[in-house]
Design a protein around this ligand. Sequence first.
Ligand SMILES: Cc1ncc(COP(=O)(O)O)c(C=O)c1O
Length: 386
Amino acid sequence: MPQDPALPTEPSPEGSSSDQPPGEPLPPRWPDWPPNWPEIQKSVASVLRDGQWGHYHAKVTRRLTEQIAEQFGSPHVQLCCSGTAAIELSLRAAGLKAGDEVILAAFDFPGNLRTIELLGLRPVLVDCQADSASIDCQEVMRAASVHTRAVIVSHLYGTMVDLTELRAWADDQDIILVEDACHCPGATVAGKVAATAGHVGVLSFGGSKTLTSGNGGAILTADPRLAQRAQMIAHRPSDATPLSALQAAALLPQLTRLDEQATRRRQAAAQLTQLIDSLAAQGFANLRPAAAGSQPDYYKFAFLAPSETVRNRVVAAAEANGFPLRAAYRSSSRVSPRRCRRPETLPHAERLGKCLLTIDHPVLAADPEQYQAIETLLRQLLAAQQ
Ligand SMILES: Cc1ncc(COP(=O)(O)O)c(C=O)c1O
């Protein structure tokens, strides 16, 4: 049978079966990451061959920009060197001044808080919704002050945030809504493609992401003024935060297969959701499902452990077994009030920082024939830690 290009050509370290004692169940396998697809190798080789790899403004980079614009339905796309740089470009393009406030969730990619601080802006932390990794949009609206100039909303771990009401409010208040879709390029919520519901959307093509070029990012916007300012900041006239031709060449074939891969990840996430539901008596819990009608994608599948102690034991056991099950981000709920404005307590964000476990997306891309073996291993890891 021909090899599924989504599966490793060589057994991955996790999936190696050559030294397996006879009679033992085979350990689960999942595709290597980054993907070793022939079309990526062909695309990169072609850019090496025709010399585009050595150009400032390569055709392939323009093609990637156009492909993202078309696939995401965004009139303006600016590629850059990382998701972090894309967040920074978004805030700078929004014309924020030192001391302006930016609201974000106390449980988020920690770099977002750092970027706000680095730009001399003041972070305002709000809580997440209960049992979800999503920011609480009502809390955002309550927390705003006359100094608030922007909000960052991240769609984390497949818990998609419906931005309809928040966008209308932000428009009314003249506040810039930055939508961080680094976890879920191509996902949809409330009829919008993630990264197109705010004023600016952000993507990451970092090494662990579902679209990867090792490093890389993009900002998407329908606002020509924001697009122009972002371009002015980046191009001086050399591109100060570029994505290279080789990276663009590696990304193009991944964009073509994004839907197919996302469907596979969603199927696996549905199976894992059932597995975690079956462990409710042991205190494990799923996050609240994404808003109805949304089509989430999963950079990581996340679920809650009953306590920080159990979470840490599970992580140690997973590491010992070579299974990519990890602790999620640390919460910013205890960041000093000197560094930010925040309420006394941020209980949901705090719990996420202590109890959230995540499984890397390559596991979700496994052949469905592997699900049983993955579930068996995961059950063993979770059951042993009580
Ligand atoms: C939600 C979120 N935003 C932003 C980033 C930053 O992306 P990058 O690693 O490309 O800088 C990440 C990276 O993990 C992320 O998860």
